[in-house]
Design a protein around this ligand. Structure first.
Ligand code: PMV
Length: 335
């Protein structure tokens, strides 16, 4: 194994109680705490190789060389890792996803979680899970939730740590509240449009405070988080579905009323948002949540997943579905 090389795998995650907006956009300290589930079967695998032969960082995603903003974000993240490790080498980063990027399936979460684990190991750093989570957060906020396993909470973080950015605010990290086998839920993801979204979540977060509803989202989110946590621990699916749908709608009310407004939904998204609660009222346990994109995550107990998938396909004409069970945390494949 060549020195300064490591490969890591991470799953994306879906938030049942979301954050939208940061207290600090550079440190990516979220406006409120959030709760999510890692998505097994969907994965990003990233290899980082630091080398004296390189003059600049190189990024390849799914085999294609990437320049511009994605490459700059990766380099900025590598800078944090290099700074922490005292390493002065450029890196080649090769990343592969087995699901569509930039379409509300949180590819930036799995991307920065995998990059953090692989980059830190390749740089010779030995970090604890909470440190890896906090470091991943600096690349993309929700990436901190893809580091620990299963059902995860991300706390806002209380204090600023004086020192380099790479070690800042280490008390804003995510941790497991229940392992993947706690509850056999399935996320049936209705892929309404797989193209990358027009406005990235990073740019969206910066607009959150321009919505008059953002303060209300933040003020009421701790109560939803508590209800969500209780529903999760009690395996109370109806309560989980209710709080998850309310939280998603509140977040989208904020995006739609920011300046400029951001409309992540497509007409097909709304069709699903209308059908899912009606299916639940008719006895099928299923609830929805939508991230910063048009695709709808339909959560249900595993045994209901075939019927949820059937109805999405046959009644609503959704042709592309992905399914995911609760996933593990990010892990090194080789170091
Ligand atoms: O942390 P980011 O930039 O990937 O943004 C995540 C934003 C949402 O997915 C909409 C909400 C969330 O908590 O995951």
């Amino acid at each position: 194994m060549p020195e300064h090389t490591a490969t890591a795998l991470a799953h994306p995650n879906i938030a049942f109680v979301k954050y939208w907006g940061n207290q600090d956009n550079v440190l990516r300290l979220p406006s409120n705490a959030s709760l999510s589930m890692n998505l097994d079967g969907l994965e990003t695998v990233t290899r980082v190789a630091f080398s004296a032969a390189l003059k600049e960082d190189e990024l390849l995603i799914d085999g294609e060389r990437r320049l511009g903003v994605p490459a700059q974000r990766v380099s900025a993240h590598l800078d944090l890792i290099r700074q922490r490790a005292g390493l002065d080498l450029k890196a080649r980063v090769e990343s592969r996803n087995n699901f569509p990027m930039g379409a509300g399936i949180a590819s930036s979460a799995s991307a920065f979680a995998a990059l953090t684990l692989a980059g830190a190991a390749a740089a010779g750093l030995t970090l604890e899970e909470r440190e890896l989570s906090a470091l991943a957060r600096l690349g993309s906020g929700s990436a901190c939730r893809s580091v620990p396993a299963g059902f995860v909470e991300w706390q806002t973080g209380a204090s600023y740590q004086v020192g380099p950015l790479s070690e800042a605010c280490d008390d804003s990290f995510a941790f497991t509240i229940a392992p993947p086998d706690h509850w056999a839920l399935t996320d049936v993801i209705a892929v309404v449009r797989a193209a990358p979204k027009a406005v990235s979540s990073s740019n969206g977060h910066a607009l959150a405070h321009t919505s008059p509803f953002h303060a209300a989202q933040v003020a009421t989110s701790a109560e939803r988080l508590q209800r969500c946590r209780r529903a999760l621990f009690a395996h109370d699916f109806a309560a989980l579905a209710e709080v998850m749908e309310a939280d998603s709608n509140i977040m989208h009310a904020v995006t739609m009323t920011s300046e400029p407004p951001l409309f992540y939904w497509e007409p097909a998204t709304l069709n699903i948002l209308k059908a899912v609660p009606a299916w639940r009222a008719g006895g099928l346990p299923v609830g929805y949540t939508v991230d910063a994109g048009p695709n709808v995550h339909c959560l249900c107990p595993a045994e209901a997943a075939p019927e949820v998938a059937r109805r999405l396909r046959e009644e609503l004409g959704v042709s592309q579905l992905l399914t995911a069970a609760p996933g593990s945390g990010a892990r090194l494949l080789e170091a």
